[in-house]
Design a protein. Structure first.
Length: 391
């Protein structure tokens, strides 16, 4: 039995793909000590992990963090570096007396690459987005003097470097944390330039397993009533105007619509719900996707992958982070279309869904991509590689 340290952040999109991996590791006899926030305790313990709480210090960090500027990329790196500096001491303190055999760490959060050095552990990075081996900005934007916020960031990098006893700490060490192996939850075919990555990148495909969830509504599973599923994810989903446009777009049509509005939008704040709609704060996404004909999504990699896994074309409306890259890839490969949130009207939504449903090539390309996901091996292959690596 091996003891595995798993370090992650506090976002559904980063944690959900790891849950089937954790469950399989535990079923294979491994112990997984998983650091995250209390919000995810139930999910992690249900997967069999030993939940390790970042505790109140994490909440204090979230409340106190203030960036030294408003540039999106520099602010992101500031946040990630500050988060690493906040949680590394917590992890080290709560890990006293535990002898780990390996560390799995999210590529964005938790300072896993630093912990691997401090604890002298072999490391595997967990990548829930497309692989990005370098920062997505021109080199000149990383040079001293380019921007006041960047200069502050370099001073913080130097301070963290001294704090952690490192010879060098670069922005790339914070932005995309490296490890000797990287577990990627997509296929080489879906990853942009996937063939260019060496075998140290394990493209296992989406980490999908049955979630034992049921629906509290009925679907008309017929050819005449095509099903549209709408969800804007779990982070930026307070989209009342968008949801109302969806209600206007598909009312009095032959489509069935299931719309998940998240926990930041009150049902009472929406327009009258048409009879062909089911609207919930939460729906069992995998169960709905098994019946769906079109998925209207924010373009998060996990959600898009789940749709393509079941051969469902995607209309991607990206909002932030890696979503524009995922939306672009879906469009490039003919598995769906990309829309700009600023351009959305009820007529455009209806027209785009009609296009997807009338052109069979979108479904054909989605099915083909889904097959690459299944052939990649999923969480079972990931666990085989993890165990082989440890031993």
């Amino acid at each position: 039995m091996s003891k595995i340290l798993f370090v992650n952040g506090n976002l559904h999109g980063h944690i959900n793909p790891t849950l089937p991996v954790v469950k399989e590791l535990v079923q294979r006899g491994e112990e997984v000590y998983y650091f995250s926030t209390r919000e995810f305790q139930t999910k992690l313990e249900a997967a069999g992990a030993i939940f390790m709480d970042y505790g109140e210090e994490f909440n204090q960090f979230l409340q106190s963090f203030r960036p030294h500027g408003n540039h999106p990329f520099y602010t992101l790196i500031e946040y990630m570096l500050a988060l690493d500096r906040a949680v590394i001491p917590i992890i080290l303190k709560k890990s006293e007396g535990i002898r780990y055999d390996c560390i799995l760490h999210d590529v964005m959060f938790g300072g896993g690459n630093i912990l691997a050095q401090q604890l002298t552990l072999p490391s595997i990075a967990s990548c829930s987005s497309f692989v990005m081996e370098k920062p997505p900005v021109p080199q000149r934007m990383l040079e001293h003097g380019f921007h006041p916020q960047l200069d502050y960031l370099y001073s913080e990098l130097e301070s963290a470097q001294n704090e952690w006893g490192l010879k060098e700490l670069k922005i790339s060490d914070v932005f995309f944390k490296k490890a000797s192996k990287t577990l990627v939850y997509t296929s080489r075919q879906f990853q942009p330039m996937g063939d260019s990555y060496d075998p140290s990148f394990w493209f296992a495909g989406p980490s999908i397993s049955d979630r034992e969830e049921t629906m509290d509504f009925q679907l008309k599973d017929t050819e005449d009533n095509k099903l549209i599923y709408i969800s804007m994810g779990t982070v930026i989903n307070n989209c009342i105007d968008f949801y109302n446009k969806c209600l206007d777009a598909f009312k009095e049509t032959g489509y069935q619509v299931v719309m998940s509005i998240g926990n930041k939008t009150e049902l009472s704040s929406l327009k009258e719900i048409p009879g062909n709609f089911v609207v919930r704060s939460y729906v069992p996404q995998l169960e709905v996707l098994k019946h769906a004909d079109v998925f209207i999504s924010h373009g998060g990699l996990n959600s898009v992958s789940e749709a393509l896994y079941y051969g469902v074309p995607v209309i991607a409306i990206p909002m932030s982070n890696d979503q524009p890259a995922v939306a672009k890839r879906v469009s490039e490969l003919g598995a769906g279309l990309e829309l700009n949130i600023a351009d959305i009207t009820p007529d455009l939504l209806l027209q785009t869904v009609n296009t997807i449903c009338s052109d069979k090539s979108f479904q054909e390309h989605s099915i083909a991509l889904g097959e690459t996901f299944r052939q990649a091996g999923g969480y079972k292959l990931a666990v085989e590689k993890i165990i082989d690596f440890i031993h």
